[in-house]
Design a protein around this ligand. Structure first.
Ligand SMILES: Cc1ncc(COP(=O)(O)O)c(C=O)c1O
Length: 449
């Protein structure tokens, strides 16, 4: 019996009573428990389901396993690390791997972003960056700079700061008061635009930031936070010149610019960061997901040195904390071990180059869906695509759900979110795998009522 078989024995229980206790995240719990989809193993580009069926992983897990599943090098590094240093207190003590990893991350960041604060997830990175921004201004003697500007359709995780700056209404409306935030308009072109890559029009949407500054005054605004391209809302790509314009306005008005690169960081764009891909450097850059190839929870907030140094200068006696913030699992040794090997594998697999090479054929295949029944729009960048689905009357989220379920029956995992289907295949995918994913999707759209 090999390791995979071991996990498949005995068959998992799927009766409603057994499934009741786990209240699942971002899931239709009632639907899932009536039709469980249990994944019992993963290897390379494929999941194995409890009934033995294989699914091509068309979203790299949740945008996080770009190098494929169960890479032996990562498995081995984790096992070794667990045996030698399974946990090290995150506060007031250190372990060598986090320092090594911070240096290796900095080497891959745009120049000037060189201080790494570790978190355990993308949501923690978002809230950490917002706290860092507010504290920075307080330490600079401008305590009124507390407001944030996010963007409509933006996603910054699920904690209170993240949902406040986020712009997906469904993620916020149940939870009441958040932190003070206003929002830029999104940059999604009208349905039917079918832009390939970056839209040529729309840079002027960044000028709405000037209107928000006139409304609130820069003296009350700590930071603007955006994803270089929005992933969770269905791959909304910045118009040419848009991020440059945001950068200019932030600089001119003394407002920090934060890029949430939880999806765009570490390869999805064909570059280490969206900042590099789009040629704009923020003041703070958040990452998670792909940093460990999804194998261990880890995130990071990477700040310009001046931000870090402001905390150090204001820190008081040296035994005092400069930034009273952190998590039990910040820079967890097993997560760091997994990230270090992931960086090695990114180089070994030539992952960035592969993404850049695959991107044009991926773009062609995805845009091959244009004209297919129910396809309202298609957007893409690097190895990511969002397909807007025409709404069934009164139920915008239903058809994407039905399409995703039908794809499972055909042997493909894709994400459905809002009125979109989202694709982010592994960096190491073959053109054939991508083509069969898109063929199956075209057929599924055709078949869907
Ligand atoms: C841009 C962005 N920020 C933050 C998050 C939240 O990350 P996590 O689910 O690890 O908390 C996500 C997750 O999809 C994301 O796409």
């Amino acid at each position: 019996m090999n390791a995979t078989d071991a996990w498949l024995q005995p068959p998992p229980q799927t009766d409603a009573g057994h499934l009741a206790a786990h209240w699942m995240p971002f899931s239709g719990n009632r639907e899932f428990k009536a039709n469980p989809r249990l994944i019992t193993a993963a290897s390379g580009h494929y999941f194995t389901m409890s009934d033995g069926k294989r699914l091509f992983d068309g979203l790299s897990g949740l945008w996080c396993t770009g190098l494929g599943h169960a890479r032996p090098e990562i498995v081995e590094a984790i096992a070794k690390q667990a045996a030698s240093l399974d946990y090290s207190p995150a506060f007031q003590f250190g372990h060598p791997l986090s320092f090594e990893l911070a240096n290796r991350i900095v080497e891959r960041m745009p120049a000037g972003l060189n201080r790494v604060f570790f978190t355990g997830s993308g949501s923690e990175s978002a809230d950490t960056s917002l706290k860092m921004a507010r504290a920075y201004w307080r330490l600079k003697g401008q305590p009124a700079k507390t407001r944030f500007i996010g963007r409509s359709k933006g996603y910054h995780g699920v904690n209170f700061g993240g949902i406040s700056v986020g712009g997906i209404a469904a993620n916020r409306k149940l939870y009441g008061q958040g932190v003070e935030a206003d929002h830029l308009p999104h940059t999604q072109p009208p349905a039917g635009s079918f832009f390939r890559g970056m839209p040529l029009q729309g840079a002027e949407l960044a000028d709405d930031l000037i209107t928000l500054i006139q409304l609130h005054d820069a003296s009350t605004i700590a930071a603007v936070i955006v994803e270089p391209f929005s992933g969770s809302a269905g791959v909304i790509v910045p118009p040419v010149g848009y991020l440059q314009r945001l950068r200019e306005i932030c600089t001119a008005h003394g407002i920090l610019l934060i890029f949430d690169e939880v999806i765009t960081g570490f390869g999805r764009t064909g570059h280490w960061t969206g900042a590099e891909a789009f040629g704009v450097t923020p003041d703070i850059l958040n990452v998670a997901k792909q940093i460990t190839n999804g194998v261990q929870p880890l995130g990071a907030v990477i700040a310009k040195q001046e931000i870090h140094d402001t905390f150090m200068a204001a820190g008081g006696p040296e035994y005092m904390l400069e930034f009273p913030h952190g998590y039990t699992y910040s820079a967890h040794p097993i997560a760091c071990a997994s990230a270090l090997v992931t960086l090695d594998l990114m180089e070994q697999d030539n992952a960035l180059q592969r993404v850049r090479e695959l991107a044009p054929s991926f773009e062609r295949s995805v845009h091959g869906l244009r004209g297919v029944r129910h396809v309202a729009d298609i957007r893409n960048y690097g190895l990511a695509a969002g397909i807007s689905v025409e709404s069934a009357p009164g139920e915008p989220a239903k058809r994407p759900y039905e399409i995703a379920m039908s794809m499972v029956r055909k042997g493909f995992y894709v994400r459905y979110g809002g009125d979109t289907i989202q694709l982010a295949p592994p960096f190491t995918s073959s053109v054939r795998e991508i083509d069969s994913l898109l063929d199956a999707l075209a057929q599924t759209f055709h078949e869907t009522a």
